[in-house]
Design a protein around this ligand. Sequence first.
Ligand SMILES: [Ca+2]
Length: 394
Amino acid sequence: MFAVSKRLRFKTIAAVYGLFVAGTLSGTVTSFAAFGSPAPAEKIASAAFKATPVFKASDIIWGFDFISDSEIILALKSGELLLVDAKTGKSQAVAGGPTVVARGQGGLLDVKVYRESGKTWIYLTASVTPDKGTASEKKSNQTTALFRGEWKSPKIENITRIFEAEPSVDSSLHFGSRLAFPKSGGVFMTLGERNQRDRAQDLSQHWGKVVRLTLEGKPHPQNPYTQKSSVGNVTPKPEIYSWGHRNPQGIAIDPGTGDVYVSEHGPRGGDEVNLIKASANYGWPTITYGREYWGPRIGKNSQPGLEQPVKYYVPSIAPSSLLIPSGKAPKELAGKFIQGALVLQHVNITDIKSGNETRLFEDMKKRFRHVAESPSGEIFLATDDGDLLKLERQ
Ligand SMILES: [Ca+2]
């Protein structure tokens, strides 16, 4: 009897807490905040884990990936690449990266290691001066580009720009861009709408889209649109896989099902995780659970023909990365959404089926930027303070 009443009391407190947080940070959105973003209900897990320091960088670690279990390549937003020994914490500079424009939200962004027939490739995304466009566009604008080079430890050889988003834009906001390699081939890349909303609904450009490319940066042959397609009177870019995204900065392949999930920043509230389907429109800015920063609603919550998120967060957590750990990871985390949260500073664990959340490391007061799993199933975290951390059991 005692246990039951204690659990009920905890649930009541949790519900009130959810309303309180939503009401404090998001003003009048309280009613659906409580529905869309249940309060953390599994506090037990927080005490089970600790974040052990591995390395300290001098800048935001925007992305990192594993050359091996003990060798981690870091992409710092400033443009620097480092190779860190996860056991000793020693680092060395990695030469051969691209020239980036580190301004506003831009800089060197994601890094992924991809092995293919005896070669190890390094894929990098970055905000850069465009190769395409007029002389004045090249002077004032930036784009988000995908680079590939071959790993020849400790450097990258023959770095090549294999894709750039079009058109270039004079904005230092919402570049995306995370990468994931689906089992079915090629590479997914997420792209923000540059804080210019209507671009997300315009299929003639790459902004506010998830694109799927071949490993050489060409439109993937299984993409929904070709050069001959038309939607309304628009010929969609053939690289587009899905559209209607705001600023997607997390992507993960479910290791069990192969499903592709993308997380994106909402405006004020309305951060989302979406299950990505070819040619689907995820609705920004026509539908959203977020609001303008100054209060009013932006759009409706739903509309026929526009996809609903599988999970949304009000108030915003600001998800900057997404991982679905494999079965090698700790059992409480395997198969769940693990996200770094920038604004509500924590590591967010969300159960895909129930939507229930656990928020780890809130007491650290860190902007968690990236989360990734090593080949042997260890989970590492990076912060905007330049911390590289290993998630371990207490
Ligand atoms: Ca949406």
